[in-house]
Write a new protein. Structure first.
Lengths: 747, 165, 461
């Protein structure tokens, strides 16, 4: 079951037709601290669970038609994490129907609630929770209505498969019950949810709804859309960040076969053609003939830590507890670095935009349709309600990749060619050189052990710029920056919040009596950076977990026991113990150059708990590291779709393993030089471990904890510790490239 | 006009003969499976089969393909009647975003057609040219191994029980 | 009659004396096995020096199976006489060289004889390693004996009778092998001698770059071109076929990084060689460059002129509007080849991406210009596979999409347009033999590139 790609549903369409529920939603931006909501003054409202708090009307989430068809709306997007499936399971559970019978509409500024970005592993936590409670309340309303209509007490009625039945063959369908504005009410707090013992959908195997289409050539992605009259466009990006267009002869390009238009707006250059390959050839021709003025704007890649230290302009106090330091027996210090990392979406970003009359519609794979809508409207100088952004699936984006920008590119071109759907496709080089990276970071840890081997003081410093430059204003879009108006980028600000940014997971979950955690923040972003899966968590957990092992070694303690020694959160202890047990953790001697590594983190300190144990074999002469026997336990609260959780954890592990072992954006003083997979290698099958086991510690009835980013930090820590265990030497800098391994290990 | 035989059907394509096959498959023939990943032969998202061998369709101009047999994922089965490779991938839930999967399936199909008893190690080696960024490698390996087993048991089953692929 | 008998007797005597003499020559004593030494028995600096020497010697290229444990052997090395498998040179006592004393190791390098006294096949290039000094052998020994021991036995060599009898190698050595450490040439600079020592000794460049006779021995045409693992190793003396003449600087850069803008990327077995060379001190790489440049001699004025023109043409390439247009419809091999080139090759080979990751301009390509077509065939058929987790030049292979006729047409165009030479006369047979696998080619990632400056020992003091 696929959601329609080009929904012709309009709000007016919903109002028509008898017995259908009215859709409504509040145009409230500002999900979770990312943008400030211009809230009108109103009396204090009771807090509602998840995103219900921002979109309070039940019919913003659930619509039931007279024929019984149920549509669920979510402001979140399917990124490949399976939410189109798990959100159906959640709604189906409370509505007592089969998940496959639910029609799910995702992120569309004209149709769905504004849930901000699909980011931070919050879909189930926020949207899932909202849909859960809304569905439960809808069912209870329907039960009440059925009771009234059938004259049977509600406690004698049972809902199943869209019908409510009672004794003596009393029966009425959902469709018969809905009329008028019955669900146009605000949600009520305190709704009782179904108990786990009665679950029929949540936690049950339910195959992903999108996979069959994807493996049989069905229409599944934005790139599969082929609207009538569509034209193909390519943007010719500058060769470096600060480059400006010097000279460009349009005439020969315009004369190329199939070329419909050549656009030039400041430093934004694009070509539009009838056929895709014609656009490609024209793009190559422009690239070869246009000349640019370039400036050196990038730091010295061989001296990045010095650069970060020098650039730091503000110190954010992330966390403070007890004293700055405490006396003890041993004090250790270590410094770590993390390279700039790419999202590296397998399919480069693509988007379609169409200007019809005064309405601009943009089909995009952005993680945030509402913020993208706002930025594009500003860029085009159009009213907000004349711009509609609809999320359509793209390749895995893992954060803020080129998707938002490609939507803006398409819109800017579509404005110049009204009435024609314009499809923009980024090239591999575009994606590699222009996507916003996960920022390079440096960290420093210092801790003191007392004579009983307990950590008594902990000092942690990180150096990083912001991990988020999402729209935002028009200046956060490449098209907005390059066009002649040159919208300025949003000025970054240091912000410490529970969700975390560069400081995400900088606070260890362990119980240390004296702690100082500081973010040495700098505004400059010489390389374009933004949110990459996990944000600061990868670097921070890599540092913390590596350092925990160093302390364990100094305390002559087993690494697992050492962690338990300092952990008071029982659920954390549980995943640590389960991982160790399933792995077969011991301190038995290993063959030469072979080692074990362990790591743990609770994502953001308020999302999923996850621990990993694995083995590493290091070949000091070739520098190759082979990972094997990977075992993980994860607790993400009530497990809605256990197979999805396992999939995300396996995937997160392999992605983070690739980051740690291989990946770094390369650049000289002017340009990004890692332009494609040959110069930015990622994991290939020959390096995939022999096995990855994921044990889901299910906690039915407990709140959902985001899991999609939980594996990355512990992966880095576990590999780092296994390499240390195998060789007696620790590598403090990423990537663990062959050259670096050989350099650190020596002959 | 270039004559191309795709999944057993002949097509007359009015595209520049230097057009890479990928664009013709997607745009002229509206076949969705093969994807644009890099256009450089580095990622394999565009992988299809030509005369039984896996090739990068992003770098194969159609002028080289007249008289050749081109096979894409669409030729392995349909959503109502999936072939063994597709069945295996669905049962293993072997995808996250799903972009790389058709390329993986065709590379694997080429291997299994030429070597029906390919070992698990053979599968790993064969898939090396294909990238997956979401990290679905474990499931992809499992799915291809399952496809191998399905195809082998179909091969020994009586003809009446065979599903068309 | 008496004369006849005396003649026969003398002849018999001569034969017996010769046989005894030969046997005496062929026989080598077995050196006693030792207890495998501990790493601590060796000075750390010695081990480090040995690591660098092993990089020059490229030991890992033969003694490691791709993806296998370093130095554990088992790599099949096809030769015209059959397949030889490299041995395990980790210090494993049962399957490696763990029981070899330093004397045994030295003898193997100097004389081509193993610990038990058996002759080694010259696939192990002791005809070069004989030049290695005692001091360097000491360091190599320390390095190898301090590697992790791996228990792994190489498969038996696949050689026909009588070649599988090791004593026939004594005859080969008699004819072709001169043992002895390198002697400096007094009329040359220290740098030249250092280069000569490395190139003719441990570097064993001639093993690939010198032609061999029918019995597999290198001829005296030192570095005038040979082959390795299915690839042509071009002449690196005055007969170099490179369109742009090599200089000390370009040789140095190429060995250091595995590529050069005027020449392209090291591929095939050379990729691993440059990967290892890139880990050496600059001074050593420079010395090797000095020596090889000297052998190449100063190019003639005419050749230098052609080289400059090639660079100029390459720089002016990439007129992509013209490339985008369909070529003229003549039905000659060159015209058909031009259409293929424009459609399948030009997007990378005349694209904007610089070396080493972009396709090299064929104006600069030795593969197109050289008299031997093999490397061009290998590259078109098999491409350059991606390294696993390492940066590498990547190119797809076209074996599945181009027929022999199409490749022949393509080469007609490339040879004619870029090298201004006729197509190779043996192209058809080489192409068929390579495609069928009769002629075996080893295909490796070109991931030895971009190896400076973060390498061990690469920082020059």
């Amino acid at each position: 079951m696929n959601a329609p790609l080009l929904p012709d549903l309009s709000r007016r369409g919903f109002l028509a037709g008898s017995g259908a529920l009215v859709l409504s939603f509040s145009m409230m931006p500002g999900a979770f601290g990312q943008t400030a909501a211009p809230a009108p003054a109103q009396p204090e409202k009771p807090k509602l669970p998840g995103s219900l708090n921002d979109a309070r009307y039940l019919d913003a989430w659930i619509k039931i038609e007279a024929n019984g068809k149920i549509t669920v709306f979510t402001g979140k997007a399917e990124l490949g994490q399976g939410t189109k499936t798990s959100l159906r399971q959640i709604a189906a559970e409370e509505l007592e129907v089969a998940p496959a019978s639910i029609n799910l509409i995702t992120a569309d500024t004209a149709l769905t609630p504004n849930e901000g970005y699909t980011a931070g592993s919050q879909t189930i936590q926020n949207s899932g929770t909202a849909i859960r409670y809304a569905s439960a309340e809808v069912r209870q309303i329907l039960m009440r209505l059925a009771s009234e209509r059938l004259g049977v007490p509600a406690d004698q009625l049972k809902a199943d498969a869209g019908t409510i039945t009672g004794p003596n063959n009393a029966s009425i369908s959902y469709g018969e019950l809905v009329a008028g504005d019955v669900l146009h009410v605000e949600a009520t707090p305190g709704i009782i949810l179904k108990k786990p013992e009665g679950y029929r959908s949540i936690g049950k195997p339910f195959a992903r709804v999108d996979i069959p289409g994807k493996v049989t050539g069905g229409e599944a992605f934005l790139i599969d859309m082929r609207p009538e009259g569509m034209l193909h466009a390519r943007v010719v990006r500058p060769p470096s960040y600060a480059a400006t267009l010097a000279a460009f002869d349009e005439a020969p390009i315009k004369a190329m076969p199939g070329v419909v238009a050549v656009l030039r707006d400041g430093d934004f250059v694009a070509v539009v053609a009838e056929q895709e390959f014609q656009a490609v050839k024209a793009m190559r021709a422009i690239r070869a003939s246009a000349t640019w003025n370039e400036t050196e704007t990038l730091p010295d890649p061989a001296a990045l830590t010095d650069y970060y230290r020098g650039a730091a302009s503000q110190v954010g106090d992330v966390f403070s507890k007890g004293a700055e330091s405490a006396p003890g027996v041993t004090t250790l210090e270590a410094q770590f670095t993390r390279a700039y990392h790419m999202h590296g979406s397998i399919g480069p970003s693509a988007a379609i935009a169409l200007l019809e009359g005064d309405m601009m519609t943009v089909w995009t794979s952005t993680q945030g349709v509402y913020p993208d809508q706002k930025a594009i409207a500003e860029m085009l100088d159009m009213p907000l309600d004349k711009v509609r952004c609809i999320h359509v699936e793209g390749s895995g984006c893992y954060g803020h990749n080129g998707a938002d920008d490609s939507g803006a590119d398409a819109a800017l071109i579509a404005k110049a060619i009204p009435g024609k759907p314009i499809r923009i496709q980024w090239s591999r080089e575009d994606e590699h050189q222009w996507e916003p990276y996960g920022p390079g970071m440096a960290t420093k840890v210092q801790a003191t052990l007392d004579d009983s081997g307990r950590i008594v003081s902990w000092n942690y410093d990180l150096w990083s710029n912001n991990h988020g430059t999402r729209p935002g204003s028009a200046g956060s879009l490449l098209a907005g920056r390059h066009m002649a108006r040159h919208f300025p980028p949003d000025p970054p600000k240091l912000s410490i919040s529970a969700n975390g940014n560069g400081d995400r997971n900088a606070i260890p979950l362990y119980d240390f009596p004296n702690q100082r955690i500081r973010w040495n923040w700098f505004a400059e972003m010489p390389l374009r950076v933004s949110s990459l899966r996990g944000l600061g968590a990868f670097a921070n957990v890599f540092s913390i977990e590596s350092f925990m092992d160093e302390l364990a070694i100094a305390a002559e303690a087993d690494p697992v026991e050492f962690r338990l020694r300092h952990m008071t959160d029982p659920r954390a202890c549980k995943v640590i113990e389960v991982t160790a047990e399933k792995f077969g953790w011991s301190n038995d001697p290993m063959p030469e150059n072979r080692g074990r590594g362990f790591a743990f983190a609770k994502y953001k300190n308020h999302a999923a708990y996850l621990a990993i144990a694995l083995e590493a074999q290091v070949d000091r002469d070739s520098g190759r590291i082979d990972i094997s026997h990977v075992v993980s336990a994860v607790d993400c609260g009530e497990a809605v779709a256990p197979d999805n959780i396992i999939n995300q954890t396996e995937g997160g592990f392999l992605q983070a393993m690739s980051w740690l072992l291989y990946e770094e954006v390369t650049f000289d003083r002017t340009r990004i030089t890692s332009a494609d997979w040959s110069s930015y290698p990622i994991l290939r099958f020959s390096a995939v471990p022999d096995s990855i086991e994921v044990h889901v510690v299910d906690m039915p009835g407990t709140p959902y904890l985001g899991v999609a980013e939980a594996a990355h930090g512990p992966t880095a820590g576990a590999i780092a510790n296994a390499v240390r265990n195998a060789t007696g030497k620790r590598i403090y800098d990423t990537p663990y490239s062959r050259d670096r391994v050989r350099q650190v290990m020596g002959a | 006009m270039t004559k191309l035989t795709v999944n057993g059907t002949e097509h007359e394509v009015n595209a520049d003969p230097s057009t890479p096959l990928l664009y013709v498959l997607r745009n002229d023939l509206a076949l969705n499976a093969a994807k644009f990943g890099c256009g450089l032969g580095q990622c394999g998202a565009c992988t299809v089969m030509v005369d039984g061998k896996a090739v990068f369709s992003c770098l194969t101009p159609i002028m080289l393909l007249e008289g050749r047999q081109i096979k894409t994922v669409e030729g392995l089965g349909t959503i109502d009647n999936p072939g063994p490779m597709q069945t295996a991938f669905i049962e293993a839930q072997a995808a996250q975003c799903g972009t790389c999967i058709p390329g993986m399936m065709m590379r694997a199909q080429a291997l299994l057609e030429s070597k029906p008893d390919a070992t698990d190690a053979d599968i790993r080696v064969a898939l090396e040219p294909n990238l997956c960024r979401c990290g679905s490698h474990m499931r992809i390996l499992k799915a291809v191994a399952a496809a191998r087993d399905l195809m082998q048991s179909a091969a020994v089953a009586p003809a009446t029980e065979r599903k068309p692929s | 009659m008496r004369f006849f008998i005396r003649f026969l007797t003398s002849l018999l005597l001569l034969v017996v004396i010769a046989a005894v003499g030969f046997a005496a020559y062929a026989w080598n004593r077995s050196i006693d096995p030792i207890e495998p030494p501990q790493r601590t028995a060796f000075d750390a600096k010695l081990i480090e020096d040995g690591a660098q020497l092993a990089a020059i010697g490229n030991c890992t290229a033969c003694h490691t199976r791709p993806g296998g444990k370093s130095f554990a052997g088992g790599l099949p090395i096809p030769t015209p006489f059959g397949t030889i498998f490299s041995t395990n040179i980790t210090p494993d006592p049962e399957t490696g060289i763990g029981r070899w004393s330093e004397e045994a190791f030295n003898r193997a390098m100097r004389e081509g004889v193993d610990r038990q006294g058996r002759h080694l096949y010259p696939a192990f290039p002791y005809d070069h390693f004989t030049k290695v000094s005692d001091a360097d052998n000491k360091a190599l020994y320390a390095f190898l004996m301090s590697r992790p021991a791996v228990a792994q036995t190489a498969p038996a060599n696949d050689l026909p009778f009588p070649l599988n009898m090791r004593w026939v190698l004594a005859g080969w050595k008699l004819l072709y092998f001169d043992s002895g450490a390198y002697q400096a040439a007094t009329d040359q600079s220290d740098e030249w001698n250092r280069g000569a020592y490395l190139v003719t000794g441990l570097g064993h460049c001639g093993s690939c770059h010198t032609p061999r006779n029918s019995l597999g021995a290198e001829t005296s045409a030192h570095l005038s071109g040979g082959e390795a693992e299915g690839w042509a190793a071009y002449a690196i003396n005055a007969a170099s076929p490179a369109p742009v003449p090599w200089t000390v600087d370009s040789l140095y850069d190429y060995m250091r990084r595995g590529w050069h803008p005027d020449h392209g990327v090291a591929s095939g077995p050379m990729a691993e060689v440059t990967g290892n060379l890139g880990t050496l001190p600059d001074a050593d790489i420079r010395a090797m460059a000095v020596y090889v440049a000297d052998l190449m001699e100063e190019p003639s004025a005419e050749r230098a002129e052609r080289g400059s023109l090639a660079i100029e043409h390459a720089a002016r390439q990439g007129n992509l509007i013209e490339l985008a247009s369909a070529p003229a419809g003549a039905d000659t091999p060159e015209a058909r080849g031009e259409a293929i080139y424009k459609a399948a090759c030009s997007s990378c080979h005349e694209g904007a991406k610089p070396q080493p990751y972009g396709g090299v301009s064929f104006h600069l390509s030795s593969a197109i210009s050289a008299p031997n077509s093999q490397n061009a065939i290998n590259t078109v058929l098999f491409g350059l596979p991606a390294g696993s987790g390492t940066r590498s030049a990547v190119m797809p292979g076209f074996a599945a999409t181009m027929s022999d006729e199409e490749i022949t047409d393509l080469f007609a165009y490339l040879r004619g347009t870029f090298a201004e030479k006729p197509v190779w006369p043996d192209l058809a047979s080489r192409l068929a033999a390579t495609r069928s696998g009769d002629y075996h080619v080893s295909v490796k990632p070109s991931d030895g590139i971009e190896r400076g400056p973060e390498n061990i020992g690469a920082i020059d003091q």
